[in-house]
Ligand binder design. Structure first.
Ligand SMILES: Nc1ncnc2c1ncn2[C@@H]1O[C@H](COP(=O)(O)OP(=O)(O)O)[C@@H](O)[C@H]1O
Ligand SMILES: [Mg+2]
Length: 373
């Protein structure tokens, strides 16, 4: 799949721009705050129906505007498609060849993987980032997992509302308990399925993850993960064991949930620990090693994607090359040369495009919401 063209209307700091892309490497060069990441965000949004930065539509609309359009022309197997996302303050709607489409239809056509500074620092930063890494991997493993994630979020939202209403004295205890009880089978089933999908994907990635780590760090070290429910590693659990562990934890925290007004159990609370050798990388590894681990995780995901779906996803690298030391950067660039896919890179450094001495290299200079060439 290749993105041939992008048009943005009233998106972030773009008023109305059209840009054509190289099928291979596109480098967006410019100072900070000019709109480089905004371009990647637009491409990601149209491919996933969701931002990698914020969820709130209003920040995506150009200040003072009420509607924005992200339009792409994409090509797969010699077929051309028009893929468009319309945004208003409260709505996102996708269309494919002018017919309404779901994020699911689009993901089949346009898969993407983003390397952002936030993702690279996710071993140190919040568990939210780490869960997101795994949930993106899940969708690579099986696109139906996107529905599972959405369904779990929905039941979690309802459950939180019931708990909050109780806390604010809007419902008596008996009503709250009845509502929670009726939600519980769905909550436990979706929660357990999501946890099991996560551990299946993490285990399935192990081989590629280790090869990518050796490629990037040239170190002979074993990389693995723990999947943590509370502090228990459940990576090797069966679906039944996961369900039982979740049910047990829900019982233990039942009173605490009532008094805090929020769901305290479930996959939205879990964490992933990356082990370097057998040691927890969060405490044991340098920042550079931690970045190498996440970089390898994403590279492994890309390789896995190719195995599962026959094609590579489109790659977006947002200011990450400058975050890596020379050896890791060279290894990553070599990897990018080896895989035959379309790549979008942002950088403030004019010398970086030289690293991609490819025939089909396009360098676009970005300044204040304009694309200069
Ligand atoms: N909704 C918006 N309307 C207008 N300008 C915006 C909006 N959101 C962000 N911007 C502007 O976009 C710029 C940031 O763009 P970004 O792509 O993150 O920059 P960079 O080139 O550093 O990656 C900032 O100048 C910011 O003020
Ligand atoms: Mg940026």
């Amino acid at each position: 799949m290749i993105v041939e063209k992008l048009r943005l209307v009233n998106f972030r700091n773009y008023r109305d721009v059209v840009v054509s892309f190289s099928p291979r490497v596109n480098v967006f060069v410019g100072d900070n705050g000019q709109g480089k990441t905004n371009l990647l965000e637009a491409l990601y949004l149209v491919s996933q129906g969701d931002s990698f930065r914020y969820n709130d539509n209003s920040v995506l609309l150009r200040s003072g505007e009420s509607e924005a359009v992200i339009q792409t022309k994409i090509c797969q197997n010699d077929l051309h498609y028009k893929l468009q996302l319309n945004l208003s303050k409260s709505r996102k709607s996708l269309s494919l060849n002018d017919k309404k489409a779901s994020p699911r239809d689009v993901r089949k056509l346009f898969a993407s993987v983003v390397f952002s500074p936030e993702s690279l620092s996710s071993i140190k930063e919040g568990a939210d980032q780490r869960r997101q890494l795994v949930d993106e991997l899940l969708i690579t493993f099986d696109r139906n997992n996107a529905d599972l994630i959405a369904d779990y979020r929905k039941v979690l939202k309802t459950r939180n509302k019931v708990l909050k209403n109780h806390l604010q004295d809007r419902e008596p205890l008996s009503v709250t308990l009845a509502l929670l009880e009726s939600l519980q089978p769905t909550f436990l089933r979706l929660g357990a399925n999501l946890i099991y999908a996560r551990i299946t994907a993490l285990l399935g990635l192990e081989k590629e993850f280790n090869s990518a780590m050796r490629y990037i760090s040239q170190a002979d070290v074993d990389i693995s993960v723990n999947y943590l429910m509370s502090n228990e590693n459940v990576l090797k659990f069966s679906l039944e064991q996961v369900y039982a562990a979740l049910e047990k934890r829900a019982k233990e925290l039942h009173d605490a949930e009532l008094s805090s007004g929020v769901s305290l159990v479930g996959p939205h609370k879990h964490d992933i620990a990356f082990l370097y050798g057998q040691k927890d990388s969060r405490f044991y590894c340098s920042q550079g090693q931690q970045r190498a681990i996440i970089l390898s995780f994403k590279m492994a995901q890309i390789v896995y994607h190719r195995k599962a779906h026959g094609t590579y996803p489109v790659l977006m690298l947002d200011d990450v090359l400058s975050e890596l030391d020379k050896a890791k950067r060279d290894a990553l660039i070599m990897f990018l040369h080896e895989i035959n896919t379309q790549i979008f890179v942002t950088t403030t450094d004019f010398t970086l495009p030289d690293s991609f001495s490819l025939d089909q290299l396009s360098v676009l200079r970005i300044k204040d919401g304009h694309i200069l060439d």
